[in-house]
Design a protein around this ligand. Structure first.
Ligand code: TYD
Length: 412
């Protein structure tokens, strides 16, 4: 594959009935943080816009950047967040209620990152195996005792894993499927890996929450699809999975956790019908909903720029809180640069000393906020707003205020 390709037909149903909405123009990759040296080089930018498939309802990007460019060195490490750890713990707990593992059982995590999720299953005394294409992350996982294969997951990878390790009792994929271009190959891979009585659990951000809560900044090159339950249920059912459980989660601004089994003729979960009806009521299968969304985002940008501009003319100092990928989308799309944000404070050591893609805003350890005491903190990682606000007690005591940009501009 070249640097990127243009999508002409829907990834799920093959229809060409695709409607374009929310065009970001040329955007740098949201996780492509830069070193000092890299600041002087030309930064790669790729088109970013959304398509709505009027046939099956899938929202998808119009462009797929080559995954080798995006995922071979990946800065995202979830274990830094308490919210994420709680979500992993709840997932492990749910699974523990449904199935018992023996020492020969096998749990596979696709997109296993630094191995954190699997450590919860290791404690249950089962075999574990991570699969992740990022070398930096799989090395970290190995060091913390989580065996990890450094590969992109697909059907071929699945076959070689089955040959070596046997079939899995549980296959996990949290925040992975949105990144996958060839969903059929991916899901066939899952099917190949999974034993006949095994469970496949996957989590992804829910497009219903994205639209209802203006989360436009979660749209970037890595996230190829934005799933509603209806298109998702179509594709899994074609591949002989049935959805046996559905849960809405608050993680990442709103996600779905879906539990699948290989089809055995049992009736699908009632929760699926309930959510599909809810999606219909929210207009998720209607192009007008997405056009209205794009309009709202334009308005949101104008409002935020107005508020920040007003503080600046009054001589206030503003910083960003959380150098999230979504923050890079927001700052680039709304044109909020180093002239407005002095720097961004972040908890991830990996990001310290680097600069944000596109806007080149410097990133510092979050402790800096406590002695630097700016006037305002724009919470770019709004999905962790509570966790972040709890941390900055000194800042608050001295009159510091938080600005939360999503779903509406709010000052706390
Ligand atoms: P993340 O949730 O990974 O979002 P994205 O997928 O958009 O990158 O981003 C959260 C960022 O916020 C990450 O860089 C860590 C940072 N962070 C803080 O700075 N302080 C905190 O208390 C928490 C929880 C996260």
């Amino acid at each position: 594959m070249k640097e990127y390709k243009i999508i002409k037909k829907c990834r799920i149903c093959g229809s060409k009935n695709l409607h374009k909405f929310l065009d970001f123009g040329q955007m740098s990759l949201a996780n492509n943080f830069l070193t000092d040296d890299e600041l002087n080089r030309v930064e790669a930018r790729y088109p970013l816009y959304c398509l709505f498939c009027a046939n099956c309802g899938l929202v998808q990007l119009g462009v797929v950047v080559n995954p080798r460019i995006m995922f071979c060195n990946y800065p995202y490490i979830p274990s830094g967040s308490g919210v994420m750890m709680n979500n992993f713990a709840s997932l492990a707990y749910e699974v523990g209620k449904r199935m018992k593992f023996g020492e020969k059982s096998l749990v596979i995590d696709i997109g296993s990152n630094d191995g954190t999720l699997l450590t919860f299953f290791k404690k249950m005394g089962t075999r574990i195996l991570g699969v992740d294409p990022a070398k930096n992350l799989s090395r970290m996982a190995q060091l913390s005792g989580v065996p990890t294969v450094t590969k992109l997951f697909n059907r071929q990878t699945a076959k070689s894993l089955v040959n070596k390790y046997g079939k899995a009792d549980l296959v996990l994929a949290t925040n992975v499927v949105a990144h996958i271009d060839d969903l059929y190959d991916f899901l066939r891979g899952v099917s190949t890996m999974l034993g006949s009585r095994g469970l496949f659990i996957c989590e992804f951000p829910y497009v219903l929450d994205l639209i209802a809560r203006n989360q436009f900044d979660t749209i970037y090159h890595e996230h190829l699809s934005y799933f509603a339950l209806l298109p998702w249920s179509r594709i899994v059912s074609r591949l002989d999975f049935e959805i046996v459980d559905v849960a809405r989660l608050s993680i990442h601004g709103g996600s779905l956790r879906l539990t699948h089994k290989k089809k055995s003729g049992t009736r699908r979960s009632k929760a699926v019908d309930y959510l599909v009806a809810l999606e219909r009521r929210h207009g998720l299968y209607d192009v007008a909903t997405y056009e209205a969304f794009a309009k709202r985002i334009e308005g949101l940008g104008e409002k935020l720029k107005l508020v920040l501009g007003d503080f600046k003319t009054r001589g206030k100092r503003i910083i960003g809180l959380g150098a999230a990928a979504k923050g890079n989308v927001l700052t680039n799309f709304f044109d909020i640069g180093g002239d407005i944000l002095d720097y961004i404070a972040d908890s991830t050591p990996y990001k310290w000393g680097l600069y944000t893609p596109g806007k080149h805003i410097a990133i510092y350890p979050e402790e800096r906020v406590e002695f630097d005491l700016p006037d305002f903190g724009l919470i770019l990682a709004w999905n962790f707003a509570n966790e972040i606000m709890r941390k900055h007690q000194q800042f608050k005591k001295r009159g510091g205020k938080f600005i939360i940009p999503i779903p509406e501009v709010k000052i706390i």
